[in-house]
Every structure is written in structure tokens, then in C-alpha cells.
Write a protein that binds this ligand. Structure first.
Ligand code: SF4
Length: 283
């Protein structure tokens, strides 16, 4: 059974949560962090998919003008996404203006980094228009799908940098950033994407990043053979959990439960009993 990369991350966070989602098929109540996370994901995706007209529209080598072009477009994209998410924002009591203010800083950083990359490229190669778009390195893909029969794994990479001789996966995350390095599930996610890319492109992936959007910081991960072994055995553990259909115990860290959108149902024995019975019937 092929599983998704995000399932590995959820499993590491709390196996019972994965069971609730994938075996009992319970849906999470939309919380502010989920809604805001989805707005930021969608905005970055739109920024990638609509980058060609921005780049081909650049007419002169002036950094502040290029940056302004990016900012104007990104602001338009973000407003479009926020309006689309209006019903979800209402559900979590976040106003449209508040959603804009919270999401804008990470998009500004992205605009700054892309404008700088394009500016440096034009400065070096003196190309504009269609030629600039075609020759620009790195190319950036968003929502890039990868899967492997052999690894029994599939996933969607938030952002993929394509250089002439390498690929670098980047995962966007909202919420608290760890003091050092990456949260365990995020480390596994990037590692798994790297393995899937290695198989797809028949090349070695040396690194990846997690971009913690709220802190606006990118954390680096070096891919090594130990990480790959860890991922292979996690895939097996998750498959066993899903196929075994045995409800795992509560997670040990009660702070996680306090923040969890399943907590009301998860600790309600009667409700859980009902859902377990329903799942058995479906199974
Ligand atoms: S409430 Fe706690 S044990 Fe239950 S799914 Fe959430 S984190 Fe896991």
C-alpha cells in the first residue's frame, strides 16, 4: 500500500492522530493555524505559477523596479487567495485584513529573494523577455508531485529548485519553529522527498530546506544514508499501523493533545467507540 510522505510526519507526531485521520477517516476542525497555513501555501503556489508574466515584463536592470513588480503582483495574488478563503476565515474569526497582515511578511521575503535572483541573472547575462524566462536558473516548481512503487511512497513537494545539475526540495511550515534544526516529522518529510527525487531523476540529492513561514527562516537539512534507512523503516511501520487497524494509545506529550483539533473526540470514549464500530463495518 502506497502511503503519502505527510503520513510519515503525522505518524511521528502522534500515531493515534494518523489512525483517526486515515483509518477512522475523521476530519480536522478548521483551526486558525490550518486556515492560515493553507492561505500561505496557496499564495506561494500562485506566485510560482504566475511568475512568467512578471519576468517577461521586466524591461530594465533596476533592482527597486523589479522588486516593486514582484511586490505588486504578490499583493494581488494574496488578496485573491484571501477572498477565496473568506468562509474559512470567518469560521476561525480572522478578518481579511488580519489574514493579509499575517501572510504578507513571508511573501515579501520571497519577493525580495526572487527579485534579487532575477536582477543578478540579468546583470550577468544581459537577457530580457522570453529569453530571460527560458534561461533563468534556478527554475522553481511548486506543488511538484513525486511517487515511487519501489518505495511505496508518494508526495507533493511545496517548492522545488531546479539547478543545472541539482534539485533542492523545500517544504513550507507554519507554526512554531524548533530552537535548533528541524522538527522530527519535517526532517523525515524532506528526507523522503529527496529519496523520491533521487529515484525520479536518477541523481543524488544532497540537501533540502524547511521554510518556517511564521519565523520566516529557512532551515537546512543534509541528506545522509542513516536518514534514508530511518525513512524506509518508518514507511513499514505506518503501513503496519494502517493495515493492522488497531487503535494506538494516546500520545505521551499532553501539550500536543491540548493543541490538537481531534482532542474532544479523541478523549471521548463513547464517540471513539462509535467511530471504531463504523470503521469495522466499512472494513
Ligand atoms: S488528542 Fe492527543 S492523542 Fe489524540 S490525536 Fe490528538 S495528539 Fe494524538
Amino acid at each position: 500500500m502506497k502511503i503519502s510522505v505527510s503520513m510519515l510526519s503525522t505518524y511521528l507526531y502522534c500515531p493515534r492522530m494518523l489512525f483517526l485521520q486515515k483509518v477512522l477517516e475523521l476530519e480536522e476542525v478548521p483551526k486558525e493555524v490550518l486556515v492560515m497555513g493553507s492561505i500561505r501555501h496557496e499564495s506561494f503556489d500562485m506566485a510560482n505559477k504566475r511568475e512568467e508574466p512578471i519576468i517577461t515584463g521586466i524591461g530594465s536592470l533596476d533592482f527597486s523596479y523589479i522588486l516593486q513588480l514582484y511586490k505588486q503582483n504578490y499583493s494581488k495574488f494574496l488578496r485573491e487567495i484571501i477572498i477565496k478563503n473568506k468562509p474559512n476565515l470567518r469560521e476561525v474569526n480572522v478578518s481579511l485584513i488580519e489574514a493579509f497582515k499575517k501572510s504578507w511578511p513571508s511573501l515579501m521575503t520571497e519577493a525580495d529573494s526572487r527579485a534579487l535572483n532575477v536582477f543578478s541573472f540579468i546583470e550577468k547575462h544581459n537577457v530580457f523577455g522570453k529569453e530571460l524566462w527560458e534561461k533563468l536558473i534556478p527554475k522553481i516548481k511548486s506543488e511538484f508531485r513525486v511517487e515511487s512503487e519501489q518505495m511505496q511512497l508518494k508526495g507533493v513537494i511545496d517548492k522545488l529548485y531546479l539547478y543545472e545539475d541539482s534539485y533542492v526540495p523545500v517544504e513550507f511550515k507554519t507554526g512554531k519553529m524548533p530552537r535548533d534544526g528541524l522538527w522530527p516529522g519535517h526532517r523525515i518529510q524532506i528526507g523522503a522527498y529527496a529519496m523520491l527525487l533521487e529515484e525520479k531523476f536518477n541523481t543524488q540529492i544532497k540537501e533540502g530546506f524547511v521554510h518556517y513561514l511564521d519565523a520566516d527562516e529557512k532551515r537546512h537539512l543534509e541528506i545522509n544514508p542513516f536518514l534514508k534507512e530511518e525513512i524506509k523503516s518508518l514507511v513499514h511501520e505506518v503501513q503496519t499501523l494502517i493495515e493492522g487497524r488497531k487503535l494506538p494509545d494516546y500520545c505521551q506529550n499532553k501539550n500536543k493533545c491540548k493543541k490538537c483539533s481531534f482532542s474532544t473526540i479523541c478523549y471521548n470514549e463513547e464517540e471513539m467507540e462509535k467511530h471504531l464500530k463504523m470503521a469495522e463495518i466499512i472494513a
